[in-house]
Design a protein around this ligand. Structure first.
Ligand code: GLU
Length: 585
């Protein structure tokens, strides 16, 4: 596959390994289920059993894999690795699913990421190898096998591989007959979980956070070996290294409770997560907010960066802070280069997962130019956070639905709170949560609008001023969740071109604090046959709470999108082709 094309692919999967006493079938099944939100076209496991590697794979969701395996088949094993794949190289087939094995099946490998130069590595192998799949991953198993045959250990072979491989990779390896998991990390996350009953290693703390809070984050170039009771880490210079144990609380429930989908469950959680963040500004995150405010005052320029919904939150942040007179620019992380940064720039990275590759690239550019990094993230101890000197945690809890909802609202709220701190204003958010509850629960208007939009193939969303990024955000949600072609425009922009697409019955949503701010644009479209749907604070019956308009309108947009997608019977939590965090370029 052509590299430039391939690099545009999204990639995200999850890996988990466990050595220990607990029922391995249950641990790996639940671990994979907890990782499934990251990517999900196929899955597989490898278990050490009676000195053999037992490997099972399946296309589709994790349940499909476990339907194929009986508990007795796997029982008694104490060491296993597992994978949910989000294909980057090779079709979604059982053969291409991980784990991949070496010719003699002495090694099993799971991999998250891309080996850019897999073809080159393949051409340099000395022996003839039986390559079974179309993936970039399989070459790792054959490469390691050759090195083992020359007398290297698995760790040495992985270290050799690291010197030759280009790309991003978190790799777990099992060797036949050894109750040990070997690992290598480069630019994809990998973390060891240290529990009473055994040790985990995974791309995501969430895979094991129901068993232990003790987490050991690996660095790029690290190799590691994990057994039931021990773990050893070697740094990129191949020396044994100490990596501290962090205690991480991240065991949210992944239960949908009575909600049909995670998306709507997470929307219903918005009022609570908002309250939690507001409280933290006055308590345990007060010093972080103060540091942010001080730095914004000090620096010549502030660059806020993010991708997708996080970029839209960054745009809202830009508008809020520019109004206060600060030199702030929001840049989409896919577009930045080093010229955007200097020692005088404060870079603020906004991300749900803290692992988005494009954001990490931007952070690297900023670091190279001497810029200080602050971040606003939801997943604690994520890579973005670890690269920042100060972080505000979004405290939105686990978000399973691919589309961001409660995280987005808290991202915007962070900027609103910062703006108040910069003004030295006393904050009063006492009616915020109840206003949000009203938007979510009193949904007759949204229901009506969703009925009107359910059969539409294209929808335009207009926004004035701060509501412009919200229009982009709603359009993005309509694309991701309802598969409707939609475009978010600044009110006033339509007449410069897009109006040519307006005909009788074209549906246009207008977002604004007050109808008067958007009325002209909507009327222009209406007089050309468009059907218009203004969403304003008056419409919502929330006059008096205008200060938080963005949060109310964003939330309403989520409910609307959800309703349309539900009526269409779409896979709301896991839209086709998308993954929760996007960890390649
Ligand atoms: N590049 C590998 C593949 O396509 C791994 C993808 C992933 O991270 O799931 O199989």
């Amino acid at each position: 596959m052509d590299v430039s094309f391939r690099d545009k692919w999204l990639e995200m999967c999850g890996i988990i390994g466990y050595n220990g006493d607990k029922d391995i079938f249950d641990i790996l099944r639940k671990g994979l289920k907890r990782l499934e939100y990251r990517g999900y076209d196929s899955s597989g496991i490898s278990l050490q059993k009676n000195s053999e590697l037992v490997i099972k794979k399946s296309v589709g969701q994790v349940n499909e894999l476990f339907k194929k395996i009986s508990e007795t088949e796997l029982g008694g094993s104490k060491s296993g690795i597992a994978h949910t794949r989000w294909a980057t190289h090779g079709k979604v087939t059982e053969i291409n699913s991980h784990p991949h094995t070496s010719c003699q099946k002495r090694l099993a490998v799971v991999h998250n990421g891309i080996i850019e130069n897999h073809e080159e590595i393949r051409s340099q192998l000395e022996n003839n190898h039986l390559i079974r799949s179309e993936t970039d991953t399989e070459i790792i198993a054959h490469y390691l096998e050759e090195k083992l045959e020359k007398g290297n250990t698995v760790i040495e072979s992985l270290q050799e591989f690291h010197t030759e491989a280009e790309g991003t990779y978190a790799v777990l390896v099992q060797k036949k007959g050894r109750e040990k998991i070997f690992a290598l990390k480069n630019k994809s996350p990998l973390v060891i979980g240290y529990a009473d009953h055994g040790n985990f290693i995974s791309s995501d703390i969430y895979a094991f956070s129901n068993h232990t809070e003790k987490s050991i984050f690996l660095k790029d170039g690290d190799t590691a070996e994990v057994t039931e009771n021990t773990y050893k880490v070697y740094n990129k210079d191949r020396k044994e290294a100490t990596r501290s144990i962090k205690n991480i609380k991240w065991s949210q429930t992944e239960n949908k409770r009575n909600f049909g989908h995670y998306m709507i469950k997470e929307v219903y959680e918005i009022p609570k997560t908002v309250e939690k963040l507001v409280k933290s500004v006055k308590n345990h995150q007060s010093s972080e907010f103060q540091k942010f405010a001080e730095k914004i005052r000090q620096k010549e320029k502030v660059v806020i960066t993010g991708c997708g919904s996080s970029f839209h939150a960054a745009k809202i942040g830009e508008k809020i802070l520019r109004r206060k007179g600060f030199n702030v620019r929001a840049l989409n992380a896919v577009e930045t280069d080093e010229t955007d940064f200097s020692e005088e720039t404060l870079t603020v990275a906004v991300s749900q997962s803290g692992e988005t590759m494009d954001v990490l690239d931007t952070v690297e550019q900023a670091i190279n130019k001497g810029s200080e990094i602050f971040s606003i993230v939801n997943v604690p101890y994520s890579t973005v956070q670890r690269k920042s000197s100060t972080t505000i945690n979004l405290l939105a809890g686990q978000e399973i639905c691919v589309a961001s909802t409660k995280t987005f609202v808290n991202q915007v709220l962070v900027f609103k709170m910062l703006s108040k701190i910069l003004d030295g204003e006393k904050t009063d958010e006492s009616n915020l949560a109840s206003g949000l509850r009203k938007v979510i629960e009193e949904d007759a208007m949204v229901e009506r609008v969703s009925e009107k939009l359910v059969d539409e193939e294209k929808i335009y969303v207009l926004g004035s001023s701060v509501e412009y990024p919200l229009a982009k955000e709603l359009a993005l949600k309509l694309k991701e969740i309802t598969y409707t072609h939609s475009e978010g425009l600044r009110a006033g922009e339509m007449k410069h071109g897009t109006l040519a697409l307006v005909e009788k019955g074209t549906k246009i949503i207008g977002l604004s604090k007050k109808l008067s701010q958007i009325e002209n644009s909507l009327e222009e479209a209406k007089s050309r046959g468009a059907e218009i749907f203004p969403i304003t604070m008056e419409e919502l019956g929330l006059e008096g709470l205008e200060e938080f308009t963005e949060l109310f309108i964003a939330t309403l947009g989520f409910v609307l999108t959800y309703k349309i997608a539900k009526k269409r019977g779409l896979p709301i939590d896991k839209p086709r082709n998308l993954a929760k965090s996007v960890t390649v370029r």
